[in-house]
Design a protein around this ligand. Structure first.
Ligand SMILES: Nc1ncnc2c1ncn2[C@@H]1O[C@H](COP(=O)(O)OP(=O)(O)O)[C@@H](O)[C@H]1O
Ligand SMILES: [Mg+2]
Length: 248
């Protein structure tokens, strides 16, 4: 029985690996097929590619300083802002590290991240596409609006507890970075899709955060802000009033 389960698991892993390889080849041969846009953040455009979410780095990040819009090359910007040159590589490592510390029952709350790909200056992060039971791409919490589902919020609590216990400082928590995944039995599962802002390094210029008490507090506040506003069916003011309309 155990052997059979191990065989099945190996076959499954191989199938996923094969799909990943096909996807890599396809991406290089037909990059134009990246035409179904799922969303965007400040740094990347996200496309659907079969059962993957492919995040393509934007060449520039646009920021407003006083009233002037400036274009900064993405790598330079992430280096200055997060002390990270290659965001995709950082995310991939963070994801693997988190998963290694996470109990199996919570693995479903993390969209898988595969090894990133580079093509010249363009960088692609390859992720599991989060889809609902009916095959539709899951909405983010931001798009979903309010959620009044005890189980869903209990899982959010479990994630926060996990991060605090294991000293994982997941500061990317927010309604744009959590998908609401609808299961066949109607359950709603929070699934994290962004692993950029993890650890004090990504706030390297905020010296107080080097003291564990403060970085924990910051993370807890972000969780709290998300709960208070989204649970009640509103999105945080900070996002509504953002002049850029995109967030980390
Ligand atoms: N794995 C995924 N499955 C489905 N949608 C996703 C996935 N990853 C990202 N998205 C969508 O793309 C948007 C931006 O992705 P994100 O990784 O947060 O980009 P950025 O790093 O620029 O913030 C998300 O808000 C969400 O709408
Ligand atoms: Mg994001």
């Amino acid at each position: 029985m155990i052997e059979r389960a191990a065989g099945l698991k190996a076959r499954y892993v191989n199938r996923v690996e094969k799909k990943f390889m096909d996807m890599k080849v396809g991406l290089f041969e037909k990059p134009r097929e990246l035409n179904v846009k799922l969303g965007e953040g400040a740094y990347r455009d996200v496309y659907r590619y079969n059962e993957f979410a492919v995040k393509k780095s934007k060449p520039h990040v646009i920021r407003k300083i006083l009233f002037v819009r400036i274009r900064v090359p993405s790598s330079l910007y992430t280096l200055l802002r997060f002390a990270i040159w290659d965001l995709n590589d950082y995310e991939y490592k963070q994801y693997r590290s988190i998963i290694s510390k996470t109990p199996a029952d919570l693995h479903q709350c993390f969209a898988k991240v595969y090894e990133p790909i580079k093509d010249g200056k363009t960088r692609y992060s390859i992720n599991q596409l989060v889809t609902d039971d009916d095959g539709q791409v899951s909405k983010t919490l931001f798009e979903y609006g309010g959620i009044n589902d005890k189980q869903f919020w209990n899982m959010v609590d479990d994630l926060e507890k996990l991060f605090l216990d294991k000293k994982i400082y997941y500061l990317s928590i927010g309604p744009h970075n959590v998908c609401v995944n609808q299961q066949a039995d109607g359950r709603l599962i929070p699934v994290l899709v962004d692993y950029k802002r993890i650890g004090v390094r990504t706030f390297w210029h905020q010296l107080l955060l080097y003291i564990p008490y403060f970085i924990r507090l910051k993370m807890r506040r972000r969780f709290q802000r998300m709960r208070q506003h989204v649970r009640a069916g509103r999105v945080p003011d900070i996002i509504e009033s953002s002049s850029l309309q995109v967030v980390d």
